[in-house]
Design a protein around this ligand. Structure first.
Ligand SMILES: NC(=O)c1ccc[n+]([C@@H]2O[C@H](COP(=O)([O-])OP(=O)(O)OC[C@H]3O[C@@H](n4cnc5c(N)ncnc54)[C@H](O)[C@@H]3O)[C@@H](O)[C@H]2O)c1
Length: 255
């Protein structure tokens, strides 16, 4: 039997990058997968990939920064599958890594906090309500190395990710005796559209790309699947004594 056979697993940010790799890994491990993202076209493409792998999968569009949309995501998941065993929360937005704190535009500051921190809180809050009813569950939030150390010129992002780590640790303690485990993963540079094509545009900036690789002791960036594998391990019974961690996945950077 596959490791996640008959398990119902929800992934936010599953249209791209780490979230997509996690959705694929769950499907390959036998899970029924709820693919969620604000990007519907790419989300439907993820669903097609999972179905081609033989998995049962649905797409639910959700902007995690909108409370009602998160509530709808959880309701639709329960309506379809009856429970949510595991959730990996990967939806997030990057900062622009270019402005010191006093110059960072207020609207961007607020937006990063709203999506990365408050959006993650909405997801965890509504997941916990269901997991308490069903008697257990597993949540993994994709935070960041910027949730463990400062990141110059990216204060709203680093602040939002530190907030996620605080939320995860606190909730982990609160629900530890309720058969609910909650962990965070703190990746360093992972080769995804967010940093290759997005604001950091590493694909078009050889110098910045070299610096991103050299940040890790392994002198390379991580692959989305290398984060997904850790997320699945944390969700599995093999990690049954793990809760409240903010685990770097970092090619030796923190060493
Ligand atoms: N790539 C890295 O180097 C890196 C490093 C550390 C942490 N992270 C974190 O990992 C997570 C995934 O990042 P990625 O690199 O895979 O990026 P990505 O841009 O490839 O994927 C992020 C996904 O989240 C979705 N999304 C964005 N805002 C959303 C919202 N409000 N509601 C729902 N979905 C939304 C996007 O549409 C996209 O599909 C993020 O939380 C990011 O902060 C990434």
């Amino acid at each position: 039997m596959k490791k996640f056979q008959n398990k119902v697993c929800l992934v936010t940010g599953a249209s791209s990058g780490i979230g997509k790799a996690t959705a694929v890994a769950f499907a390959e491990s036998g899970a029924k997968v709820i693919v969620s993202d604000v990007n519907e076209t790419a989300g439907m493409a993820t669903v097609s990939e999972l179905v081609a792998l033989g998995a049962e999968a649905i797409f639910v569009k959700c902007n995690i920064a909108e409370r009602a949309e998160v509530q709808n995501l959880i309701n639709q998941s329960i309506e379809k599958f009856g429970r949510i065993d595991c959730a990996v929360l990967s939806a997030g937005i990057a900062g622009r890594l270019s402005l010191p704190t006093h110059e960072y535009p207020e609207d961007e500051w607020l937006n990063q906090i709203h999506v990365n921190l408050i959006g993650t809180w909405y997801c965890i809050k509504f997941l916990l309500e269901e997991m308490l009813k069903q008697g257990g569950g597993n949540i993994v939030s994709i935070a960041s190395a910027a949730g463990l150390r400062g990141q110059p010129n990216n204060s709203p992002y680093a602040t939002s990710k530190h907030g996620v780590v605080g939320l995860v640790k606190t909730a982990a303690i609160e629900y530890a005796t309720k058969n609910i485990r909650i962990n965070a993963i703190c990746p360093t540079a992972i080769e995804t559209p967010m940093i290759m094509e997005g604001r950091r545009k590493l694909a078009y900036n050889p110098e910045a790309l070299e610096a991103a690789k050299n940040y890790q002791a392994m002198k390379r960036m991580g692959q989305p699947s290398e984060v997904a594998d850790v997320a699945l391990w944390l969700c599995s019974d093999e990690a049954s004594f793990m809760t409240g961690h903010a685990l770097p996945v970092d090619g030796g950077a923190f060493a």
